[in-house]
Design a protein around this ligand. Sequence first.
Ligand code: HEC
Length: 133
Amino acid sequence: MKKMKKRISFFLMSSLILFNFSCYYDQEIDLSQPLPDIPVDQTISFSTDIEPIFAKSGKDCTACHNGNVANPDLQAGNAYADIISQIVPGDAEGSTFYQRLPGNGHPLDVGFVMDNADIALIKAWIDRGAENN
Ligand code: HEC
């Protein structure tokens, strides 16, 4: 009987915690989880690694950032030219583009936040010089 009670309260506590987290982190990058490290020897290519993030199914930036609805244009082929003015190569934290990613100060609630892995990749790409490669 005692065990049962313990289990029930454990279950209740867990749901409470999960529930809290699901609300709280809706529009925030979960900073309790450090961004994953991108190994220094991993090449990051703008066209094959970064651009596809902007057209990701379910988290599709180009639904709005398509040259008509919202700036910058994040469509493949257009994205680099449109975002480079908001980027300080070598300094992601100091780049407006990085500061305004969904989950990190995007001006509009788009109903999703970017995956930490994708944010880490964008950050590393900028920190390593934001090449158009
Ligand atoms: C539902 C539409 C919508 C979606 C989806 C969306 N955005 Fe936006 N975004 C906007 C609007 C509207 C603005 C404000 C544009 C402006 O000020 O001209 C904006 C602004 C931004 C800005 C700041 C631009 C600036 O000049 O300050 C960045 C960076 C940005 N979005 C990146 C993204 C990324 C990356 C994604 C996908 C992960 C995304 N957005 C998804 C609508 C959207």
